[in-house]
Design a protein around this ligand. Structure first.
Ligand code: ZN
Ligand code: ZN
Length: 148
């Protein structure tokens, strides 16, 4: 059987002890930086990304996930989705929202993804610097981009 290729976006966890390649759907940069399509000349602000292997959080730009061609085992092989953890700060009068992006298996349901994220991230910090425990009532996980 001839090799099968997919065009994806691929980055890498910056934690020196991890360095896991992070494969994302091709449309991910637009999913993470919505301004890219309407204002291609604007410099997008950084997005926060979570490595689901080691739990490292890092800031990234669209250039952190350049297009890449990977070889897959079969045309049916499922590739990771881009997910977004959304949470709203619980500090009174703050309510600031901050998304955290990550790559995760498309087959598992949202509850399994949530459990994995909570295992990795006990605490989150809002855009104003308030650190708080990550609780289901203030947060949710949603798939943002899938492989086409
Ligand atoms: Zn990592
Ligand atoms: Zn806050």
């Amino acid at each position: 059987m001839p090799p099968v290729y997919r065009l994806v976006c691929q980055g890498k966890c910056p934690n020196p002890g991890c360095g896991t390649p992070i494969v994302l759907p091709r449309q991910s940069p637009v999913g993470m930086f919505p301004g890219l399509l309407s204002h291609p000349t604007d410099k997008p602000t950084a997005a926060t990304f979570l490595c689901t292997v080691c739990g490292q959080l890092f800031e990234c730009s669209p250039e952190a996930f350049p297009p890449h061609r990977i070889e897959i085992r079969s045309p049916d092989q499922q590739l990771p989705l881009l997910w977004r953890l959304e949470f709203e700060c619980v500090i009174e009068n703050c309510g600031k929202q901050k998304p955290i992006f990550f790559a995760f298996d498309p087959i598992v349901g949202e509850r399994a993804v949530w459990r994995q994220v909570v295992k990795l991230l006990g605490e989150v910090t809002c855009g104003k610097g308030h650190t708080q425990k990550l609780l289901p009532k203030m947060a949710s996980v949603v798939p943002v981009a899938r492989q086409s």
